[in-house]
Design a protein around this ligand. Structure first.
Ligand SMILES: [Zn+2]
Length: 393
């Protein structure tokens, strides 16, 4: 069971300790032990959001983020526990998992509804909330190297924050995610993730929700699109990576990235908060296994984005939506990253240099290799075959 202790930082931001251990939670309940001694100035005003009438998308304008902390040395890490020499963002001598409002927030702290009929030139407050999730007090490591009990507490923290943020005024989408690796823009090495609570449904989530809704309606509300895809993948088998009792992981039929895996619960639920204790237990095991396989593919840790697709907070779209995790990596060889160039960045049309079946095979082999105690598996998903080369030409 996870014990939850909320407190406030000196500038009024909320910080919440998540502890599996009662002694640790008790320390966090002592106001003196968690007092933020920094005396921070009040938070600045929220940023703005501009409406792009050409695409119908909202763009957050967060110029204040330019001054945010960028790859600080370990002794000045803002996510490490506070010491006399480093008054960090976490004013405690130790912690298990902690969540706090981002000091350099793209959305929020103001909450509210966006204009309902925006047009060219519409600017509004960037309502919403951005939070940081520190996965562990240790500076080194990553989600994949967490002990299972700590990873399980992170899952409870995601569930708690999803529920709390979903209930806040004007929030339309809660997005828990992790960027891992400086190669893809991580500015803090300490193992952590983030949660964005948006005042709109972001474009990719909107596309997925619209397709899910269409399929659901066409079936008379009896079948979900992800349920259909999951059954098809389990039946085909050649793209499966892990099959558990409550979760399966597979490379999707039309993967867009050189490395892409969808981790899907067998039961349709809208969000992480709706997972049972038993499902969260298995998610812990399966997710750690999956990340271990990602890192076993190459001699160095694989950069990735782990993105939780949760149901939008929309009465029409929500019933058809199906929680799942999309883990993607731009790594296409040991020393090569795929860059989003013309077709992908400008047109949103992805070209994959390898086949999903080949990637799935490599990830299955990576599990075997890890069990055998080796790393840097011989079977890597790079070096596309002649067939895929031809497809690309
Ligand atoms: Zn740190």
């Amino acid at each position: 069971m996870t014990l939850i202790t909320p407190t406030l930082l000196s500038d009024g931001r909320e910080l919440i300790y998540f502890d599996a251990d009662e002694a640790s939670a008790a320390r966090h309940r002592d106001p003196e032990a968690v007092r933020d001694a920094r005396g921070l100035p009040p938070r600045g005003p929220a940023g703005t959001a501009r409406y792009d009438a050409l695409s119908g998308e909202w763009i957050a304008v967060a110029a204040h983020r330019q001054s945010r902390t960028h790859l600080p040395p370990a002794d000045q890490c803002p996510l490490c526990p506070t010491t006399p020499a480093n008054l960090s963002e976490v004013p405690a001598s130790d912690y298990e998992v902690v969540v706090f409002e981002n000091r350099f927030s793209s959305f929020g702290p103001d909450l509210g509804e966006l204009p309902s009929a925006p047009e060219w030139g519409t600017t509004t407050t960037a309502f919403g909330r951005c939070e940081v999730v520190a996965f562990d007090s240790a500076h080194e490591g990553s989600f994949g190297s967490l002990p299972p009990e700590r990873a399980r507490t992170v899952i409870d923290a995601w569930a708690h924050r999803t529920e709390a943020l979903s209930a806040m005024p004007g929030i339309k989408q809660v997005f828990c995610f992790e960027n891992r690796g400086a190669d893809i823009g991580v500015t803090l090495l300490h193992p952590h993730g983030q949660i964005y609570a948006y005042p709109f449904i972001p474009p990719r989530a909107a596309t997925l929700a619209a397709r899910a809704h269409e399929f659901f309606e066409a079936s008379g509300g009896t079948r979900t699109l992800m349920g259909h895809a999951l059954a098809a993948e389990r039946s085909a088998g050649d793209r499966m990576v892990i099959e558990g009792e409550h979760f399966s992981a597979f490379v999707p039929f039309a993967a867009r990235w050189p490395l892409e895996v969808h981790l899907v619960p067998h039961r349709q639920v809208p969000d992480i908060a709706a997972l049972t204790g038993e499902e969260r237990d298995e998610l812990t095991t399966v997710y750690l296994d999956l990340l271990g396989r990602f890192d076993a593919l190459y001699p160095t840790p694989t950069p990735y984005i782990a993105a939780w697709q949760q149901a939008p907070l929309d009465d029409v779209l929500r019933p058809a939506s199906y929680l799942h995790l999309q883990v993607t990596s731009p790594r296409r060889a040991a020393d090569k990253l795929k860059f989003l160039a013309g077709s992908e960045a400008a047109m949103g049309a992805f070209i994959n240099d390898t086949t999903p079946e080949k990637v799935a095979e490599a990830l299955r082999a990576a599990g075997t290799a890890r069990t055998a105690g080796t790393s840097g598996a011989a079977t890597t998903p790079d070096a596309p075959s002649a067939t895929t080369r031809k497809d690309q030409a």
